[in-house]
Ligand binder design. Structure first.
Ligand SMILES: O=P(O)(O)OC[C@H]1O[C@H](OP(=O)(O)OP(=O)(O)O)[C@H](O)[C@@H]1O
Ligand SMILES: [Mg+2]
Length: 186
């Protein structure tokens, strides 16, 4: 069954990026990642929980053999604003020293989560450390981050779907949509 904005009642304001657009973009990104890491061992690190969908779909679009690990950090809690305080809820299972590591994210909003992650993982001495994110909000950046692969730059609005939640809901929507302000008290 296809879920679309109508099925969400009035919770969604609009569909920003369709499933088809996400699929096409991930194929493009996967080709670039394949080219970069040809002949190398690559560990992709998904940032739970938001990046679950991107990890699953990007990993399957890659030709490069990869290993996968996960980190859980949280800075948003149940709200729509980053608290700026990043907590590790689950650390990597593997030692990344000397490995080529690619962090996979669903979204870079303020950039605070990723900035913290890059310095945390960077201090573990990986052979290389890069970032691939499906979404980025350029207008929301509070810190500058060097991001190698970006799927879509989006407006500074709270989005849900394809892994992204509001109060843990809407992660399973197959597209990215904007939330109606009344849902989060706007
Ligand atoms: O650039 P920032 O402003 O730091 O925001 C981006 C981060 O916020 C979200 O995670 P969240 O803390 O909501 O956890 P979740 O993935 O479990 O929803 C998202 O998945 C990113 O990891
Ligand atoms: Mg969240």
């Amino acid at each position: 069954m296809r879920v679309d904005a109508k099925d969400m009642g009035t919770d969604l304001k609009s569909v920003l990026i369709t499933k088809e657009e996400i699929d096409a973009k991930l194929a493009e990104l996967a080709a670039k990642v394949d080219a970069e890491y040809a002949g190398k061992d690559l560990l992709i690190v998904g940032v739970l929980k938001g990046a679950v969908m991107v990890m699953a779909d990007l990993a399957r679009a890659l030709s490069t053999p990869v290993t996968m690990d996960w980190m859980a950090v949280s800075s948003y809690g149940a709200g729509t604003q980053s608290s700026g305080v990043v907590r590790i809820l689950k650390d990597l299972d593997t030692d990344i020293k000397g490995k080529h590591v690619l962090i996979v994210e669903d979204i870079i909003d303020s950039g605070l989560t990723l900035s913290w992650l890059l310095s945390n993982l960077g201090s573990r001495e990986p052979a290389s450390l890069e970032v691939c994110t499906l979404l980025r909000k350029p207008e929301a950046a509070k810190v500058a981050i060097d991001v190698k692969w970006i799927g879509f730059d989006i407006p500074n609005e709270f989005v849900v779907g394809y892994g992204l939640d509001f109060a843990e809901k809407y992660r399973n929507l197959p597209f990215v949509g904007t939330l109606a302000p009344h849902v989060y008290g706007g």
